[in-house]
Unconditional design. Structure first.
Length: 196
């Protein structure tokens, strides 16, 4: 008698790459590091960690990102309100995924070049519609962050300015998954923050 294979929960990747990079001196999506643009490396980490689809939210210099970056396997979304902060990009990405057949979304900002596919996979292993999970690095919370579908409306409601999901995560229990052995969670705000 044939058995039905158990389908693992589906998780989308959401890459927030719309910012203007004021402190960096330009959009961080276009920063080249180790032969790749930040936006390409981050999208590859999400895809390599099992996320599908991978949605990339663009804003500042969106046309240049589309021209220069190899994002042929990603869903590209323009956020016309990008200047208002990361919250609008998070809302734009969640809106695009509203009808996608996924249980959760794994969110990654473009300026965390040390996040690897292994870290994505480790956090994504906790995928469920009720999941609220984030990577942690030596006890400090970081990215990526896994948000189950049951939380999307609450996250979108509180995602204003540059807060992203931060306020929602503060108000709800979150599972921290240690990832320092497979990734670095440091964000890059200025050129001198780039890892060597």
């Amino acid at each position: 008698m044939p058995t039905n294979p158990i389908t693992p929960p589906a998780v989308a990747g959401l890459l927030l790459a719309a910012g203007g990079g004021r402190r960096f001196g330009g959009p961080k999506a276009l920063v080249e590091h180790r032969g790749q643009l930040f936006v390409e490396a981050a999208a590859a980490a999400l895809a390599g960690g099992g996320c599908a689809p991978v949605v990339v939210v663009l804003g500042a210099s969106a046309a240049e990102v589309r021209e220069r970056a190899d994002l042929s396997d990603a869903v590209l979304v323009d956020n016309p309100e990008w200047v208002s902060g990361m919250g609008s990009s998070l809302r734009a990405g969640l809106a695009v995924l509203a009808d996608a057949p996924v249980d959760a979304v794994l969110v990654l900002p473009v300026d965390t070049p040390g996040v690897t596919a292994a870290a994505v996979r480790r956090v994504a292993a906790h995928t469920s519609p009720d999941a609220l999970v984030r990577a942690s690095y030596k006890g400090r919370p970081g990215h990526p962050v896994l948000i189950g579908r049951a939380h999307w409306a609450g996250v979108a409601e509180l995602a204003v300015g540059d807060a992203g999901a931060r306020d929602y995560l503060r108000r709800n229990p979150v599972l921290d998954v240690p990832c320092a052995d497979v990734a670095s969670g440091e964000d890059v705000d200025r050129p001198e923050d780039l890892p060597s």
